[in-house]
Ligand binder design. Structure first.
Ligand SMILES: [Zn+2]
Length: 258
């Protein structure tokens, strides 16, 4: 599924639309816009020019010349395709087919180019002026003070890192990889991490995001190849545990993660 790394690739692709005016917008699925009707989104977009892009966590934003902002969310399987090119051809858990029936949101530019959000499972959405208030700091830039704040919870550290209102951008794969690298048990109560371990967690999180971005995606972690029955820890060779933590399938090593 698209996590911060993939959504940042989409945001970079979105940069190719800056300076371009929108001739048409189509939203075939009436339930795809969030908190707003299809007609309002279409009316806002047609005649507008995209003037900038940004991202917070898994939310990509196109800024319009009207001052309004178009938010794009990609859910489990959403892909952004700009002028026929997808920054990511195959997503984990998704299809590598590009079926036009899965196009949930389509923009045609005056210059003839096309932007499409192709989303087989339809958990993504489009939104006007999305609120950032509900999102925590972006995981790629979160400060130590922000992370100290984020872990003040009686829930597991895994639940906290997946909670977009605490820290924005991480999904299941990035959380498992980060905790494995940071030697922190996903089941540990978040607030029991002392300052030093939180600072370490933040360092590892940012380094992991940067490294997996260079490798090409959230599924390029060292732990990923072992996400199967019988997988062993790449660090110490111990059998990996596979259990539900915070409602998600979690792979971890009880030998070195504490
Ligand atoms: Zn281990």
């Amino acid at each position: 599924m698209p996590e911060l790394i993939e959504v940042e690739m989409y945001r970079v692709a979105l940069d190719a639309t800056v300076g371009r005016s929108i001739a048409e917008a189509h939203i075939p699925d009436r339930s795809y816009p969030r908190f707003v009707g299809v007609e309002e989104v279409v009316a806002e977009l047609v005649g507008s020019t995209i003037v900038g892009t940004s991202r917070r966590g898994k939310l990509a934003i196109a800024e319009l010349d009207s001052g309004r902002r178009l938010g794009l969310r990609f859910g489990m399987t959403g892909r952004l395709i700009v002028d026929g090119a997808a920054p990511i051809d195959t997503l984990e858990y998704s299809s590598d087919r590009d079926d036009p029936a899965w196009d949930r949101f389509i923009i045609r530019f005056c210059d003839g180019g096309v932007l499409r959000l192709n989303d087989p499972r339809r958990f993504g959405s489009v939104e006007l002026d999305p609120s950032l208030d509900a999102l925590g700091p972006d995981a790629s830039t979160a400060t130590v003070a922000e992370m100290v704040d984020a872990v003040k919870s009686d829930r597991s550290v895994k639940a906290v890192l997946l909670d977009q209102s605490r820290v924005a951008g991480l999904g299941n794969l990035l959380v498992d990889e980060t905790l494995w690298r940071a030697a922190i048990a996903p089941t540990r109560t978040a607030r029991t991490l002392d300052h030093e371990r939180v600072a370490h967690l933040r360092r590892v999180m940012r380094r992991t995001i940067a490294q997996l971005t260079r490798r090409g995606g959230s599924h390029r972690g060292d732990l990923h190849e072992e996400r199967h029955a019988g997988g062993v820890c790449p660090r110490d060779g111990e059998p990996l545990l596979r259990q539900q933590v915070a409602g998600r399938t979690t792979i971890w090593c009880s030998a070195h993660q504490t």
